[in-house]
Design a protein around this ligand. Structure first.
Ligand code: SAJ
Length: 427
């Protein structure tokens, strides 16, 4: 088939390449002209090696071309961002993409929306845009096929994950299912548009609520003087319990956003979802309060080294990263934050060029992202560079004993301090 993929970001680009390698003729469109120029030159700038390899392969085969306009095609797949603006879904990119599609769409073509949207959006927007262009909506096939891949394992999950395809009519879902079956080895589950939209939002909201539960347990465990990681590990040995891990908050462009699509649909019946959001949003406060409690003699301008700007381990993406809020709160309290992340290229706050620069003269160091490179830091070297001796590990990712042996006072989110444990045991 001739397929056009609109939006060549972390989902659209690998999807386009996957289809091109499966034998389709694929054209990619993006509003970012520099990205198009780079792709035409064969330059693929993504940190995930399998994505780079796949896109390079598709370009070499000649079945994938990037362009600056949307041209006629059998299928149009829209993979553009749908952020939340002040807690409400911002659908401007989807509308812009749809307008480009309806300008060239022909009867019998299919429009597939992969972007996460609030329930009811696909049918409503596509119908509105087709009508506005004078096209009878029923003449076009329409489906919502939410992306489900996790950054860090995109290619593997694109191939292997089950897909949910919601069609406006069962025949629309069946048509699109045929296309996705050409590269997806996972099960392809067909339903209607609204169910597919709700399912996607539910998946990410489930994760947000589960992490909020873990974060609440971390705070409770600290107060009780118990190690939350041991507790979660033991509870997860129950065959029907699966609690996620606490952390400094929930980042990324999906999980902190998608629950709003549900709460916005009905604020009165989504109290649990709203509470979970609040718990996760407050985690940076908890971390900064614990750091401040440990640095009672810190003066204005005391330096805190923050390791990690990415929203999670081993990715280069810093969107909605909890580090942003941690830095804001540290600065509000008069600290100077020096942030180091060797994977991230652009961040709201300046990043130091080296680890040494971040640590030199610091009164404390906070681990905000569990990158593998941070686990390789030599604590003795860090101790020599720093002025203070506090390590706050918000990811439970570092070897506390090793850091303590190098003279650090180690505080871990969800773990009581060791002196507190000792006091409790002698009481
Ligand atoms: N996090 C925790 N504790 C955990 C797991 C994650 O605090 O136990 C934090 C991470 O540090 C990060 C945030 O949650 O800040 C989100 O990370 P993630 O790895 O849970 O998810 P994403 O945002 O990278 O990808 C999610 C995935 N959704 C689900 O697993 C249900 C992915 O499959 C979706 O395709 C993606 O959102 C999306 O684009 O919607």
């Amino acid at each position: 088939m001739n397929v056009t993929v609109i939006g060549l970001g972390y989902i659209g680009l690998p999807t386009a390449a996957m289809l091109a390698c499966a034998g389709h003729t694929v054209r990619g469109f993006d509003v970012d002209e520099r990205l198009i120029t780079d792709l035409r030159l064969g330059l693929v700038s993504t940190q995930e090696a399998p994505v780079r390899d796949l896109v390079t392969q598709a370009i070499r085969r000649g079945t994938f071309r990037a362009g600056t306009s949307v041209e006629p095609s059998d299928v149009f797949i829209i993979c553009v961002p749908t952020p939340a603006l002040h807690g409400r879904p911002d659908l401007r990119c989807v509308i812009d993409a749809l307008r480009r599609v309806v300008a060239v769409v022909r009867p019998g073509d299919a429009i597939v929306l992969e972007s996460t949207v609030p329930p009811g959006t696909t049918e409503r927007l596509v119908t509105e845009e087709l009508r506005a262009a004078g096209i009878i909506p029923d003449a076009v096939r329409v489906a919502h096929c939410p992306e489900r891949v996790i950054p860090g394992a995109i290619v593997e999950e694109l191939r292997g994950n089950a897909r949910v395809i919601g069609g406006r009519r069962p025949s629309d879902a069946a048509f699109v299912a045929g296309l996705y079956a050409s590269f997806c080895r996972g099960e392809i589950l067909q339903t209607d548009c609204m169910t597919a939209e709700l399912t996607k939002c539910v998946e990410n909201t489930y994760r947000d609520v589960n992490i909020a539960f873990a974060n609440e347990l971390a705070m409770l465990a600290e107060d009780l003087g118990v190690d939350v990681y041991e507790t979660i590990a033991l509870a997860n040995r129950h065959p029907r319990v699966d609690i996620l891990m606490p952390g400094p908050g929930v980042g990324g462009h999906c999980i902190p956003v998608d629950p709003h699509f549900l709460t916005d649909a009905n604020p009165f019946v989504t109290e649990l979802i709203q509470s979970a959001r609040r718990v996760n949003e407050r985690m940076p406060h908890r971390i900064v309060s614990r750091i401040c409690a440990r640095l009672p003699h810190a003066t204005a301008g005391s330096k805190i080294a923050v390791l990690g700007a990415a929203y999670k381990a081993d990715v280069d993406d810093a969107r909605e990263s909890p580090t942003e809020r941690i830095v804001e709160l540290l600065e509000q309290r008069g600290f100077t934050a020096s942030i180091y992340d060797p994977l991230v290229r652009s961040f709201r706050f300046p990043l130091t060029a080296t680890l040494e620069e971040a640590l030199r003269g610091a009164d404390a160091v906070v681990l905000a992202t569990g990158h593998a490179v941070f686990r390789a830091i030599e604590p003795h070297r860090a101790a020599k560079l720093m002025r203070g001796t506090l390590l706050f590990d918000a990811r439970n990712a570092l070897d506390a004993e090793l850091w303590e042996a190098a003279g650090f006072e180690v505080a871990v989110l969800g773990r009581p301090s060791r002196d507190r444990v000792a006091r409790a045991m002698t009481a």
